[in-house]
Design a protein around this ligand. Structure first.
Ligand SMILES: [Fe+2]
Ligand SMILES: [Fe+2]
Length: 248
């Protein structure tokens, strides 16, 4: 029995591919097939796979059916959290999604799931991603303050959602946590954030995040141990489509 994670599958069986860069980079070539093979080799029916956002390019549920079917057909229990591109997933309709995919997929939002004696908490998260202005040496000298203000509001909302999940798990007696975010916990300007503070407050053992894909983004945020917590990037192309083992 093991817990695995990966993010950013960006499936597009029924929709237009919106990032042509994906086609140019070798790592994305037949990535669906590579990932399916890796899962079939690694994951058993007793295992759990957390898919941390950007599942599909589809704009609505009907454009995502084949993508979600692909995920249903992967081995193990599948838990999905939201990414910024998951237009098919209206947070207010998470219950309907769970009803529709009952016993096949679990859509995690504003609550928690369990793995052994751990609570799995997760939300999309958010980080300010610019625009940044660079000097001739490529150093950040300024950024769009209006965008930064807007980002702060989104960060607050996501922190509230995350706190709801932690509190529900805590009220039910859980003391061990694995925290999942789609966005990195910090942006390139930050050393720590509301998300790293919350992970520390509740004593999460690990924080797993995605969203940073493409070589130039892999080191946008924290890798390894930071203030007693393990941070792991689990975007699909970073992992070369091998799910990350989070817990035995
Ligand atoms: Fe993505
Ligand atoms: Fe993303």
């Amino acid at each position: 029995m093991a817990l695995y994670a990966i993010g950013d599958l960006h499936l597009h069986y029924q929709s237009e591919l919106k990032a042509p860069g994906q086609l140019r980079d070798r790592v994305w070539k037949n990535h669906e097939e590579k990932f399916r093979k890796n899962c079939n080799k690694l994951i058993t029916t007793e295992d759990t796979l957390v898919l941390i956002g950007d599942h599909s390019w589809g704009k609505n549920l009907s454009e995502c059916e084949l993508d979600l079917q692909y995920i249903c057909d992967l081995p193990g229990r599948k838990i999905l959290t939201r990414g910024n591109h998951d237009m098919f997933w209206d947070t207010k309709k998470t219950k309907q999604l769970n009803d529709l995919y009952q016993s096949r997929l679990t859509f995690l939002q504003d609550r928690y799931e369990t793995y052994r004696d751990y609570a799995i908490v997760g939300t999309k998260g958010y980080t300010f991603e610019g625009p940044f202005w660079l000097d001739r040496r490529g150093r950040i000298v300024d950024w769009d303050e209006k965008e930064e203000e807007h980002a702060k509001k989104l960060v607050e909302r996501e922190l509230q959602r995350l706190r709801t999940s932690f509190e529900l798990a805590k009220a039910d007696g859980y003391r061990k946590f694995i925290m999942f975010l789609h966005y990195p916990p910090t942006n390139i300007l930050e050393e720590r954030s509301g998300f790293t503070d919350m992970a520390e407050e509740y004593g999460a053992e690990q924080v797993i995040y995605a969203h940073s894909h493409g070589e130039s983004r892999f080191h946008d945020s924290i890798h390894g141990e930071f203030r007693g917590i393990q941070y792991h990037l689990a975007s699909g192309d970073y992992l070369r489509w091998h799910p990350l083992k989070v817990l035995e």
